[in-house]
Design a protein around this ligand. Structure first.
Ligand SMILES: Cc1cc2nc3c(=O)[nH]c(=O)nc-3n(C[C@H](O)[C@H](O)[C@H](O)COP(=O)(O)O)c2cc1C
Length: 178
């Protein structure tokens, strides 16, 4: 069975992006694996560190996980108008293993924040740059006002229909690519 791998661009133990993915996972009809970057810790990327110590095992194992997936969902937190440092750091390490580290996998980018813009700037940045890193983007959506939109682990209102439609597009794409 096809597999979707999902992770939030956050290292918060109470990440709302992780919670959004948990809620969304209930709607996925293929295998769904939700991981946390908290379990894939890596030191701050630096060329000197990379030359001295190589790529951390955690990043190698994340790379393997991404390789084994048929599709990907990344939900991006926003810090100061862009992706959280943990996600940028993860991407910088992954790029040392493979320049196009999204491996041409069908990918859905989403984002959320407590505010009305739903981390839209962070999402926009990812959607602009990640195709150059091998992401075959099938859709994207920012989810505003997380605490009003996701209540008791359930996504409310029209936004749920929009997200489920995106999931279906992702599933259709990965089922077409054998
Ligand atoms: C350092 C910092 C900067 C932030 N900057 C933004 C921002 O630019 N835009 C925004 O919508 N939220 C911002 N926030 C609030 C985050 O959206 C909020 O902390 C959210 O819970 C982060 O997602 P996460 O829980 O998945 O980590 C910021 C939070 C922190 C700690």
């Amino acid at each position: 069975m096809k597999k979707i791998l999902a992770f939030a661009g956050s290292n918060s133990s109470t990440s709302i992006n992780h919670q959004l993915l948990e809620a969304l996972g209930k709607e996925v009809e293929v295998n769904f694996e939700l991981i946390s970057l908290c379990d894939y810790g890596a030191p701050l990327f630096g060329v000197d560190l990379k030359n001295e110590q190589g790529v951390p095992e955690s990043m190698q194992s994340l790379h393997e996980k991404m390789k084994s997936a048929d599709g990907l969902i990344v939900s991006a937190a926003e810090h100061n108008g862009s992706m959280a440092a943990v996600l940028k750091n993860t991407f910088d390490w992954l790029s040392m293993l493979e320049k196009k580290f999204f491996l041409h996998k069908p990918t859905l980018f989403i984002s959320t924040s407590p505010g009305p813009r739903g981390a839209a700037s962070s999402l926009k940045h990812l959607v602009e740059i990640m195709p150059f890193r091998g992401a075959e983007i099938v859709g994207h959506k920012s989810v505003p006002s997380f605490y009003d939109t996701v209540v008791d682990g359930e996504i409310r209102g029209e936004i749920k229909d929009e997200l489920v439609a995106l999931i279906r597009t992702l599933e259709t794409t990965i089922n077409q690519e054998s």
